[in-house]
Design a protein around this ligand. Sequence first.
Ligand SMILES: C[S@@+](CC[C@H](N)C(=O)[O-])C[C@H]1O[C@@H](n2cnc3c(N)ncnc32)[C@H](O)[C@@H]1O
Length: 216
Amino acid sequence: MTKLSKRLKSLAEFVLKTDRVADIGCDHGYLSIYLKENNLVKDIIASDINQKALDGAINNIKKSKLDIKTVLSDGLTNIPLKGLNTLIISGMGTSTILHILEDKDKLKKIDKLIIQSNNDHNILRRELNKLGYYLKNEKYIFDKKKWYVTSLFIKDEKKNTKNEIEYGLLNNTDYNNYLIEQEKKIIKKISFIKLNIKLKKYIELWKLKKAISEVK
Ligand SMILES: C[S@@+](CC[C@H](N)C(=O)[O-])C[C@H]1O[C@@H](n2cnc3c(N)ncnc32)[C@H](O)[C@@H]1O
């Protein structure tokens, strides 16, 4: 049985047994194998832009004896999207993720995106709202001394609030405290000579604390 890191497991928690999924940027293929092995999805295609990474996945899939298709593809380019309803994209930066999702036509049948971006989560949430995906759930995972954000977007014209776009769903006290501490660290590093910048950062911290206090 495939053992997954806490980080990868958090992606698996957002799929349904009826989902037909493409794992974009599958690398070693562990997540695809885990999902199929545990019957957590109906179908899964593992894909990567890098032949070497995909070869690793193909090798691991062969060993698992599971029926998982693999495709060499830059984003959605070569993925047979017919019949798929879910994309998983994790371990990349927001700009790469948005590049993968830029072809609106290809997203027509995709009603669910499970995403773990390395950075710029506010930009990701804002741009996905524009593409017609609503942030429904978010998990904050502390794994190997690092925080990760796993987001579930569903196709819905409903828009997230300004605070949800800027800060996320803020549904984890430990993560909220981490965000506050990060802001405090930044403020501490700014010299009093740059008072304007320091003040701006204090206001940002105040806004963050206010947003956290307003979450029910
Ligand atoms: C850091 S790994 C993450 C692997 C796995 N998804 C995870 O979360 O552990 C990023 C993978 O994404 C692949 N990748 C980067 N850009 C891509 C693109 N445009 N289309 C498909 N795969 C891509 C890389 O080759 C690499 O294997």
